[in-house]
Ligand binder design. Sequence first.
Ligand code: SF4
Ligand code: SF4
Length: 96
Amino acid sequence: MTEDTLNPKTPWQDLTIGGNIYTAGNAKEFKTGDWRSVKPIFKSELCKQCGLCFPVCPDDAIPVNKDLKREDFDYDACKGCGVCAKVCPFKAIVME
Ligand code: SF4
Ligand code: SF4
């Protein structure tokens, strides 16, 4: 595997120098999930749909459906910061 094939969606040539972000609200333009070293796991059986987690995600990586219920993580965008796991009062998100 070469550096060109590590992530065919975002080849290294398309990254900014130092991984800098120059404009706000552009997370969708990058596969920021590649930055992650730990990932949140959604335990749907424990989720009460309280709605505390998705507003705090800095990468809009917790999809909400038309019934205003959260769905599983968008791992292309999730950076693994762990904020969602911190705010969940029902331990429905664990970091692995
Ligand atoms: S770990 Fe961070 S980036 Fe990932 S879904 Fe949770 S709050 Fe969003
Ligand atoms: S904070 Fe926890 S219980 Fe509330 S919606 Fe998110 S995962 Fe579900």
